[in-house]
Design a protein around this ligand. Structure first.
Ligand code: BG6
Length: 478
C-alpha cells in the first residue's frame, strides 16, 4: 500500500514569466523578468532599464503557454496530474501595479486556464507573486522598499480572490520569499533596484533596503491571508520558501555555529514569520550585525500574528555546506552557494544532488512547524539531447526524481504530513537564474532554443511515461 495520502497532490509547477510568453499581449505590462536578457551557465543574464532591440529577452515569447495552454494542460492531464502549480502574472491584471481597475483581458486568460484545469480534474495551485513584480513599481517606488506596495498587492489579491474564488482553492502568497534574505533577491524578489542596469544576480547589496522590503512583503502576505480567511473560508493559504538545507562542513564547533546561523538567516527567519506570526528570537541580533533597522507600524505585529499560513511549501534542488575553514571549494547554486560537499555529485550547473537531504529537510521543517508541507519545486535542470529515434531518453532525470520521491516516502514514514509534490518545469521553460532554454527540467520537451528559434512544438520525453506510472500508483511504482 502507498505511504502517500490517498488525496496526495501529484503534479507539476511553472511560473507565468518563465513559460507564458505574450509579454505585451492583451494589455499586459512589463514585469521585472521582462526586463531581463538571456544568459547562460557562464554568461550572466542582465536586467535592463529599457528594452534593447539588439538583445534577446527570453520571457517575451518563452514557450508561449499563452497560446498553447489547452494542449499543455491536456498533456498534464494525460500524465494524471492532480494539481498544477502556476502563477498569475501580476502585470496581466494590473499592468503598472498601481491601477485601481483590473485589465479584463488578463483576467479572462486565467479564467480560461483554470477552466481548462477543472475540465481535466486538475486542481490549480496558484502563486500570487512569482518574481513578477510590475517593473513600473520598481521605476517609481523602488519596489518593495516602499510601503505603498502593500496596498497595490492587496488590491491585486482582492481582485483575483473574488474572480477565481470558485476555481482556485490553494494559494501561495510569494514565491521563495526568503530570496529577499540574499543579495541576489534584490532584482527578482524585492525589486529594490531602481535605475540599476547590470547582471541580474549581481546588483550591489543593500541589506537595509532588502530587509525593509521583506518586512513589507511579510505584512502584505499576512494581510492577504487575513482577508482570504475572512471572506473565503474555503481557501488554503500557503507560504513558499527556497528551503536551503545546509550542513556544517566539520564537527568543529565554529562550523556548527556558522551553519546554525546560516540556517537561521536563510530559512527560519522567513519561515517563522509566516508560520509563527512573529520574527524569531535571533532577529534582533541579526539586524544589529547587518546594521539594519526595520521601520514597523504599530499594527504590524498583530497583522503578522493573525496572518499565518495554513501550509508550508518549498523548493528543493540541492544542499550545501558551511564552514569557517579556508581552502575549500565553493559551489554554484540557485540561492545557496556555500561549500562543496565531497559526498555528493552535482548537476551540469554545479547544483549538488542530495535526495536524502530532502528527507532531512522535511523532518527539520515539520519538526519545527507541525503544519502540512508540500514540495512545490524539485527537479534536474539538464542538457537534453534527442536520440536517433528523435526522443529524449532522460533516464538521468528519472533517476533524480525517483531518488527524491523515495526519500519523501521515508519522511512520510517518519511521520511528516506531506500534501503533495509538484516537480519544477514540468514542461521545458526559461531558467530563472540564467535565462536560458538549454537548462531543461520538463517531462515535455519544447522545441525552443537559446537563440530564440524553434517551432514551439511539444514532445514527450521518457520521463513523461515514467511520471504517469508514478502518479497512477500513488508513488508505489517508481
Ligand atoms: C526556483 C524558482 O528558485 O528555482 C524558479 O522558484 C526557478 O523560478 C527554479 O526556475 C529553478 O531555477 P533555474 O535557475 O534552474 O531556473
Amino acid at each position: 500500500m502507498s505511504v502517500f495520502r490517498d488525496d496526495f497532490l501529484w503534479g507539476g509547477a511553472c511560473a507565468a514569466n518563465q513559460f507564458e510568453g505574450a509579454w505585451d499581449v492583451d494589455g499586459k505590462g512589463a514585469s521585472v523578468p521582462d526586463m531581463c536578457t538571456n544568459g547562460s551557465h557562464t554568461v550572466p543574464k542582465w536586467v535592463t532599464t529599457t528594452i534593447h532591440p539588439d538583445r534577446l529577452y527570453p520571457s517575451h515569447e518563452a514557450i508561449d503557454f499563452y497560446h498553447h495552454y489547452e494542449e499543455d494542460i491536456a498533456l498534464f492531464a494525460e500524465m494524471g496530474f492532480k494539481t498544477f502549480r502556476t502563477s498569475i502574472n501580476w502585470t496581466r491584471i494590473f499592468p503598472n501595479g498601481w491601477e485601481t481597475e483590473p485589465n479584463e483581458k488578463g483576467l479572462e486568460f486565467y479564467d480560461r486556464v483554470f477552466d481548462c484545469c477543472k475540465k481535466h480534474g486538475i486542481e490549480p495551485l496558484v502563486t500570487i507573486s512569482h518574481y513578477e513584480l510590475p517593473y513600473a513599481l520598481v521605476e517609481k517606488y523602488n519596489g518593495w522598499a516602499s510601503r505603498e506596495l502593500i496596498g497595490f498587492y492587496m488590491n491585486y489579491c482582492k481582485t483575483i480572490f473574488e474572480r477565481y474564488k470558485d476555481k482556485v482553492k490553494y494559494w501561495l502568497t510569494f514565491n521563495e520569499i526568503n530570496a529577499g534574505m540574499m543579495a541576489f533577491g534584490q532584482v527578482l524578489s524585492t525589486g529594490t533596484v531602481q535605475g540599476y542596469e547590470g547582471p541580474a544576480m549581481g546588483a550591489p547589496d543593500d541589506p537595509q533596503t532588502r530587509l525593509q522590503a521583506l518586512h513589507h512583503q511579510f505584512v502584505a502576505s499576512a494581510q492577504a491571508i487575513i482577508y482570504a480567511h475572512a471572506h473565503y473560508p474555503q481557501f488554503k493559504m500557503g507560504c513558499m520558501l527556497a528551503y536551503g538545507q545546509s550542513y556544517a562542513m566539520t564537527c568543529d564547533p565554529d562550523d556548527q555555529l556558522a551553519n546554525q546561523q546560516s540556517m537561521n538567516e536563510h530559512n527560519w527567519y522567513c519561515g517563522d514569520v509566516h508560520v509563527r506570526g512573529e520574527y524569531p528570537y535571533f532577529a534582533k541580533r541579526l539586524w544589529k550585525e547587518l546594521g539594519v533597522e526595520i521601520r514597523m507600524e504599530p499594527e504590524d505585529a498583530e497583522t503578522l500574528k493573525k496572518g499565518v499560513v495554513d501550509f508550508y511549501t518549498f523548493s528543493y534542488y540541492m544542499t550545501s555546506c558551511v564552514t569557517t575553514h579556508k581552502d575549500v571549494e565553493g559551489i554554484g547554486g540557485n540561492l545557496l552557494g556555500g561549500v562543496k560537499n565531497p559526498y555528493l555529485k552535482a548537476s551540469d550547473w554545479g547544483w549538488q544532488i542530495d535526495p536524502k537531504g530532502l528527507r532531512y529537510a522535511l523532518n527539520e521543517i515539520y519538526g519545527r512547524y507541525q503544519i502540512p508541507l508540500m514540495v512545490v519545486e524539485n527537479g534536474l535542470g539538464a542538457y537534453d539531447e534527442k536520440g536517433e529515434d528523435g526522443v529524449v531518453h532522460d533516464s538521468y532525470r528519472i533517476d533524480y526524481l525517483r531518488s527524491h520521491i523515495e526519500q519523501m516516502a521515508e519522511a512520510v514514514k517518519d511521520g511528516v504530513d506531506l500534501m503533495g509534490y509538484t516537480p519544477w518545469g514540468c514542461i521545458d521553460l526559461v531558467s530563472a537564474s540564467t535565462g536560458e532554454m538549454a537548462k531543461r527540467y520538463g517531462f515535455i520537451y519544447v522545441n525552443k532554443f537559446d537563440d530564440g528559434t524553434g517551432d514551439l512544438s511539444r514532445e514527450k520525453k521518457d520521463s513523461f511515461y515514467w511520471y504517469k506510472k508514478v502518479i497512477a500508483t500513488n508513488g508505489e511504482d517508481l
